[in-house]
Design a protein around this ligand. Structure first.
Ligand SMILES: NC(=O)c1ccc[n+]([C@@H]2O[C@H](COP(=O)([O-])OP(=O)(O)OC[C@H]3O[C@@H](n4cnc5c(N)ncnc54)[C@H](OP(=O)(O)O)[C@@H]3O)[C@@H](O)[C@H]2O)c1
Length: 220
């Protein structure tokens, strides 16, 4: 496992858990950590250029950014729509297109995106339709990328969490959802780290284009 792990959103939540686990190998992009806004095309291009000059091709990208907002579809204004699509979908496009070509040249690499449990199933998502639409599109993007880069030894997978409580998570929404979790509790960042470690490690080398739902059964 030569090379750095770029963790976008690594200053909080799930990304911070990944950074705590792999501290020596991680580079964090977030607005707080180093002023990188992954929804800003010029900012991402500049940050990617600096990353490649300093570290070479990343070994892995763990793309933790993905804002959540509860808002019905008809109360979603243009600004909220753009904000949610930019944060959850366009950011992944920008990070992938600026860094994955170098991973392909290095002929190895792992990309992990985050969807949300059930984003692709046949049920309506009245709580957060723009968010879930972006997450379903992100999964499609991940599968397409997985197939495109597989010949270069780069894997692309998606983790789809349910309710993951951490200091910055959406407490009110999570309190409503937690009683619905069949395993009887909300998830923690630690509940996701085993799967992330597996995808980053040797055991994950042959897994690509997959979606791993880790939600205590919430989407069943
Ligand atoms: N937590 C859950 O229950 C849950 C459930 C389902 C899916 N997910 C998904 O899992 C992923 C990680 O979730 P999380 O709860 O850890 O996320 P989070 O706490 O909302 O965000 C993690 C970090 O992302 C950074 N960030 C936000 N917008 C950014 C931007 N435009 N540019 C750069 N950094 C930005 C923030 O740091 P700065 O403010 O410093 O930029 C924040 O600390 C997300 O995609 C989320 O949608 C989470």
């Amino acid at each position: 496992m030569n090379g750095r792990i770029l963790v976008t959103g690594g200053s909080g939540g799930i990304g911070a858990g990944v950074v705590a686990r792999h501290r020596d190998r991680c580079v964090v992009w977030s607005r707080r950590a180093n002023g990188v806004d992954v929804t800003d095309p010029d900012g991402v291009r500049a940050a990617a250029g600096a990353f490649l000059r300093q570290h070479g091709a990343p070994f892995a990208i763990v793309h933790g950014v993905g804002d959540f907002e509860e808002r019905s579809l008809l109360s979603t204004d243009d600004a909220a729509w753009r904000r949610l699509l930019d944060s959850n979908l366009t950011s992944a496009f920008l990070v992938a297109t600026t860094l994955v070509p170098a991973m392909c040249e290095a002929r190895r690499g792992r990309v992990i995106f985050f969807s949300a449990a059930g984003a692709e199933d046949r049920t309506a998502k009245p709580r957060a339709p723009a968010y879930f639409a972006a997450k379903a599109a992100l999964t499609s993007l991940a599968r397409s990328l997985a197939k495109e880069v597989a010949p270069y030894g780069v894997t692309v997978n998606v983790i789809a969490p349910g309710v993951v409580v951490h200091p910055d998570s959406h407490a009110a929404s999570q309190e409503r959802m937690t009683p619905k979790v069949p395993l009887g509790r909300a998830g923690t960042v630690d509940d996701l780290l085993g799967a992330i470690d597996l995808l980053l490690g040797d055991a994950g080398a042959y897994v690509t284009g997959d979606v791993w739902t880790i939600d205590g059964g919430l989407s069943l």
